[in-house]
Write a protein that binds this ligand. Structure first.
Ligand SMILES: Cc1cc2nc3c(=O)[nH]c(=O)nc-3n(C[C@H](O)[C@H](O)[C@H](O)COP(=O)(O)OP(=O)(O)OC[C@H]3O[C@@H](n4cnc5c(N)ncnc54)[C@H](O)[C@@H]3O)c2cc1C
Length: 405
């Protein structure tokens, strides 16, 4: 079967790209190995442990592809402030949306909620065919690529987009090289209920083991819940995962300095090994990599989905402009434009996260002094703070039209 574009992976990033191209007059096939049915949403259901901190730029992209109303209808938790402090010093920074006259800094949304809202939007699109199957083989042809799926189907297109996540099969089968390294850290994620309300604030404490984030969640008006992302060494992760709920609640409360009082309740925990990975190229003839297939980044600043949504929006923009000029979609010059716009931005964000990680892991005194002085210094500089806030809103740099006001 022939299509104009085959997108492998209908996760948050692949689905967004498909929706951004829905009116381009193309035949699009969106292939995913996982379940593509939308779960009925029950407002009293427990929170899903995996959440994303969506920036204002991401919100705009999701609005323009028609998924934002479905997200708001389900469950979304705005955050207006961010409080970051050093657990082994006195340095701290407070960011607020009000400081740049914005209403919110972003929204914490469960990944399942974003995914289901996107699937709902996709179901109404005639130009997009959703195919529930796993990619097994990939072969380059004269006019593009031929894919073989695990149900025996063969699909061909002039452009294949890899949106199949961190362990991308497309990337592996096409022989795309990556640079990767382990952070030697694991992230424990879950939802917790605290004594104090979360104050619509994203809290981040840098501990000697790694960063601990409490992100505000809201369920039926109850603001006492938070999603936590606790990055620790592998040994510490094993110890924390082996604790019973009571022991974990106490360890977590202590590590968070009881900023929101005692931790009263903990949902089941997930432990995720952290690995940074970056594809050396995002494009080759007839092939483009987006989202986690192109880059995975430390969850420290919650930027993974935000970077991926910008990849999807920029690739859509570049392809729409190619259609306008009558250029073939898989043309290396077309795809090089996408790579040129996205790679420097993703790399600089990854380098910044890496620097932060090292600084806050540092056990030696000069570096500890530096991070404390750095936090205090930034706190005292309204201009520098405003720059950070704009970065958190995702409103700096080369923005695609879908992310602009
Ligand atoms: C602990 C943790 C916390 C995080 N917190 C944040 C945060 O706060 N904010 C943020 O922005 N990001 C965060 N991230 C990152 C974020 O979760 C990822 O960036 C995001 O999920 C990537 O989306 P994606 O669509 O590229 O890939 P995925 O979500 O991995 O989707 C890939 C899709 O491809 C499909 N697939 C895979 N292989 C095949 C195949 N062979 N054939 C067909 N289909 C296939 C899968 O079924 C899946 O649907 C966090 C990550 C971690 C680990």
């Amino acid at each position: 079967m022939q299509a104009d574009i085959i997108i492998v992976g209908a996760g948050m990033i692949g689905s967004t790209l498909a929706l951004a191209l829905q009116d381009a007059g193309l035949t699009i096939k969106l292939v995913d190995a996982g379940p593509l049915d939308v779960q009925p949403f029950i407002p009293t259901d427990p929170f899903e442990p995996r959440v994303s901190a969506l920036s204002a730029a991401s919100q705009r992209i999701l609005e323009r592809v028609g998924a934002w109303p479905g997200i708001v209808e389900r469950r979304v938790s705005p955050y207006r402030d961010m409080h970051v402090w050093d657990g082994s010093g006195t340095g701290q920074i407070h960011f607020s949306a009000a400081s740049v006259h914005a209403e919110v800094l972003g929204h914490i949304v469960e990944n399942r909620v974003v995914q289901d809202a996107l699937l709902d939007a996709l179901k109404g699109c005639d130009s997009i065919e959703l195919i529930s199957a796993r990619l097994e083989q990939l072969r380059q042809t004269e006019s593009g690529w031929t894919l073989t799926l695990d149900d025996g189907q063969q699909l061909s297109a002039g452009l294949v987009v890899a949106a199949d996540g961190a362990n991308s099969a497309v990337r592996r089968l096409a022989g795309c090289e990556t640079r990767e390294w382990d952070y030697l850290h694991h992230a424990i994620v879950t939802s917790v209920r605290c004594v104090e309300p979360n104050q619509q604030t994203a809290w981040q404490r840098f501990t000697d083991d790694g960063p601990l984030a409490f992100l505000p969640l809201q369920r039926e008006g109850d603001e006492h819940w938070c999603s936590i992302v606790w990055s620790v060494t592998e040994g510490e992760a094993q110890r924390l995962m082996a604790l019973d709920d009571e022991g974990f609640r106490q360890a977590l409360g202590r590590a968070f300095e009881y900023r929101l009082g005692e931790v009263l309740e903990v949902d089941p925990r997930l432990c995720i090994p952290l690995r940074q990975r970056h594809a050396k190229r995002y494009a080759q003839p007839g092939l483009a990599l987006i989202g986690d297939a192109a880059h995975t980044i430390h969850p420290l600043a919650g930027q993974g989905v935000n970077l991926g949504l910008l990849d999807a929006a920029v690739l859509a923009e570049v392809l729409l402009s190619a259609i306008g000029r009558g250029a073939p979609l898989g043309d290396p010059r077309v795809l090089a434009r996408f790579e040129r716009r996205r790679m420097p931005h993703n790399l600089s964000m990854m380098a910044a996260m890496e620097g932060f990680e090292r600084l806050f892991q540092a056990d030696n005194l000069p570096l500890r002094w530096l991070r404390n002085a750095g936090l205090k210094g930034i706190e005292a500089l309204p201009e520098a703070k405003a720059m950070f806030v704009r970065q958190a809103l995702g409103l700096s740099g080369d923005l695609p039209d879908l992310a602009r006001l």
